[in-house]
Design a binder for this molecule. Sequence first.
Ligand SMILES: Cc1ncc(COP(=O)(O)O)c(C=O)c1O
Length: 390
Amino acid sequence: MDIAEQRRHFPALQDKTYLNFGGQGPLPTPAITAICAAYEQGQVWGPFSRRALDWVAEQEHLTRATLATTLNVAAADITLTQSTTQGCTIVLWGWPWQAGDHLLLSDGEHPGVVATVAQLAQRFGLTWSTCPLSYCTEDTITILEQAVQPQTRMLVLSHILWHTGEVLPLAEIGAFCAQRDIKLLIDGAQSLGVMPLDVTGVDFYTATGHKWLCGPAGLGVLYIHPQYREYLQPTHCGWRGLQGFTYQQPQWSPDGQRHEIATTAWELGVGLQASLTLHQSWGTATQRYGRLTQLAAELWTQLGEIPHLMRLLPHPPPCGLVSFRMANYSPETLAQKLEQRGILVRAVAAGNCTRASIHYLTTGEELTQLVQALRELQGGTDPHVGTPEK
Ligand SMILES: Cc1ncc(COP(=O)(O)O)c(C=O)c1O
């Protein structure tokens, strides 16, 4: 299991230290080739020909099956989406809310999800609030117990908080919700492709292929527990969710496809399948997660030795996100200075922090380069910038 060999498949990993998997994963050459070949083939056949349409149907089936495998669920429970956020909106707008219902979020949800909830609350007379889970200093369940209200109908949480890298205990939260008849919507943008997933006890789990799975942008996934598949009203809906074309009463598909909408870039599916096949050629999901957390822990430890640098988490991250603040530099400036040196990290406004995303594809040398660059910047010895920004 040679990591150098695996990295050779990624053009973006050849001449830079790419630590932005949590923003967008790089596409491997087999995925790029497969997508281009699919577009070319479609044009050779004629994009709306019987052959092309049969191919689309087959690819749709394979993509759904592939994503079901990554989530460890049945293909019938999968709704293909374009993004994590779209998965959230299908659930949030589809739930039959009553005025006065309450939604509980963590204090670290992604802005797109928060905006959707705020809009929903305004439209339907709901209330919503947040609870402090970004830095789980207390027991998660204790915090949730203090925050839920008699009217709380849904908990909207990230599996992995995108700014701090805290991982929330899904099984315990699922049991907590089940006891109170609260529905659980999980944003898995930062967890799909990072760790082996078990969505038992989760009602809705949404994620995307374009981050840690290194698939193309524009293809995401929503798991809907079969119990709620029909209860969820088709709101973001269209012809793809129908069982057949009819101008009478619509017959919605019996499976997760009922919540899909319309024409999309079907070619992206072959790209995601190719990315997944490549990952699977390097160990098991557990082995990839093990390597990633070991590297993240090494970085977290080394960052702890840099003066005037504060790590957001008080413990090694149980995922690939390592976030920190460094004195004298805004997160934006720090990300820019690092990019000048070929090291790509991102500033996350939500945590006022700089975030390095560590993948199983990351190497120890890349961590050394990042730590060395931070030391030079902190010491004012960076050849690219001179003195630190005040
Ligand atoms: C936790 C979380 N949720 C949602 C998103 C948005 O993802 P998408 O563009 O797939 O909707 C992100 C992207 O960074 C994220 O980190």
